[in-house]
Design a protein around this ligand. Structure first.
Ligand SMILES: [Fe+2]
Ligand SMILES: [Fe+2]
Length: 471
């Protein structure tokens, strides 16, 4: 186990004190990060005491210490999962060779790009969610939002550490720019489109943590396989934190389903208008939100056929999530049967790594749907079973981009597609309604009417606990 030295300015388990130049560089970046947090992080809650989890070491006991913290005083640190002795590269053409402790010169710019792209999403999501606190459905939810936010801040630290420690001057410049780009900024937007859309309601927040954060989980899983060992160890520890973000999404949507079913039972109707009039989210509306967020998250995996991903895999930079679960780790012989708008096509497996990732991501997405659908079924509303949209639906990237496919994946006439889009994704009217539900509930134990209370509180505390003290 590697402990974290809290007497240092930057908590870390990477022996920062033994590298004065690196320590100074990061201590120089730290106040800029805090300024960014104060300017671009959650608005108006900087003085609140929030019951937060902080990592004090990477082992089972230490990585989740709980206590009340004012967010700007959160101990953001640098933690790598423990090194695996004699670790070897697990895929690609260099399979079986020792992993790299330094960046190989020929992969320098590619690795830097991978790290910057991942790093950019972390502060971006904090910026996207900065206004959400004002309309929290409960203090429990407010606390979860802030937990996700501070951890995304820590994930930025994780990537900035790699840039500073391994990429010299270029890396330091990239670290500055990570604080200069902002979500939705006209001049300096975040790198990926999805991360430039504001998240202004909690139904979107639950969907974001369910679908978009799960893309993050899959990206981290594939980077955790990397032959560049510091990146692998960084991502492995980030994944332990990421699990809570998935939990917020899955239980959040589950609680919406539960509340809606209660209202349907109470009113004895499945009429969406009456459910809405009663201040709940009808299941058809929830389905539209799932269609919207799932399809936009599917784009994050990139093109079905990608020579960049093929090179990253062949070179041992980025593997597949759960690489050890596959038999073939070289992929020089295998092919992949790809369904394209022109018909089936056999492509080299190496070029289809993005699609393989997308498929495993969707399998993970199915788990929550099964759980929610069981509850819907038990309530006697099986006809309203929720579904994931087809990977062909509403894509902006890849071979299905711009194709008029319905959520089941059937290609339909353009007019049919355009006419029906209002039935498939939220309309302005839908969003206005969801917005109308977003009324702040900030008394301990109280909860908004559109979502059920959680089954249990955080860290064995009761649901009624005052998770955020607003003063
Ligand atoms: Fe993250
Ligand atoms: Fe996350």
């Amino acid at each position: 186990m590697s402990g974290i030295n809290y007497s240092e300015k930057i908590p870390n388990n990477v022996s920062l004190a033994t590298d004065r130049a690196l320590q100074r560089a990061l201590e120089h970046w730290q106040p800029k990060f805090i300024d960014w947090w104060k300017g671009m992080g959650p608005t108006d809650f900087q003085a609140a005491d929030v019951y937060l989890r902080t990592a004090v070491s990477v082992d089972a006991e230490g990585w989740a210490q709980y206590g009340a913290v004012k967010m700007p005083e959160y101990r953001w640190g640098i933690f790598l999962a423990d090194a695996v002795a004699q670790r070897k590269i697990g895929f690609g053409d260099a399979m079986g060779q020792p992993v790299w402790q330094q960046v190989p010169g020929e992969y320098r710019s590619t690795l830097r790009r991978l790290i910057v792209t991942q790093g950019d999403t972390e502060p971006a999501s904090v910026e996207q969610q900065r206004l959400l606190g004002h309309t929290c459905p409960s203090l429990y939810d407010l606390r979860n939002l802030f937990q996700v936010n501070v951890e995304e801040g820590r994930h930025l630290w994780a990537m900035v550490y790699l840039l500073h420690a391994y990429f010299g001057r270029d890396g330091r410049e990239e670290a500055e720019e990570l604080l200069q780009r902002h979500s939705g900024d006209a001049d300096k937007p975040r790198i990926l489109t999805t991360f430039n859309e504001p998240i202004s309601d909690w139904l979107s927040f639950y969907c974001f943590t369910y679908f978009t954060d799960r893309d993050g989980k899959y990206q981290l899983k594939s980077l955790a396989e990397s032959g560049f060992d510091p990146l692998s160890r960084t991502c492995r520890f980030m994944l332990t934190e990421e699990a809570h973000h998935m939990f917020v999404g899955e239980t959040g949507i589950g609680r919406v389903v539960k509340r809606t079913l209660e209202v349907m039972k109470e009113l004895g109707t499945d009429d969406p208008a009456r459910i809405r009039a009663h201040g709940a989210v009808d299941l058809g509306l929830l389905q539209k939100y799932l269609n919207f967020w799932c399809s936009s998250s599917l784009d994050l995996f990139g093109n079905e056929i990608s020579s960049n991903s093929a090179a990253n895999f062949a070179n041992g930079l980025k593997g597949r999530p759960d690489e050890t679960s596959y038999e073939d780790h070289v992929l020089r012989e295998a092919t992949f049967q790809l369904k394209t708008p022109q018909g089936e096509e056999n492509v080299p497996m190496l070029n289809a790594v993005n699609e393989v990732m997308r498929e495993s991501y969707l399998k993970d997405c199915e788990i929550g749907l099964k759980r929610w659908n069981r509850v819907i079924e038990r309530a006697g509303h099986g006809a309203f079973a929720l579904r994931l949209p087809s990977t062909r639906f509403r894509r902006s990237i890849g071979i299905w981009a711009g194709q008029p496919a319905d959520p089941q994946g059937n290609v339909v006439a353009k007019e049919v597609y355009e006419k029906n889009l209002a039935n498939w994704i939220p309309t302005d009217e839908d969003r206005t309604f969801v917005k109308s539900l977003m009324q702040r509930v900030a008394e301990p134990g109280k909860i908004a009417g559109w979502v059920a209370p959680p089954d249990r509180g955080i860290n064995n505390l009761p649901v009624e606990y005052e998770y955020v003290k607003l003063h």
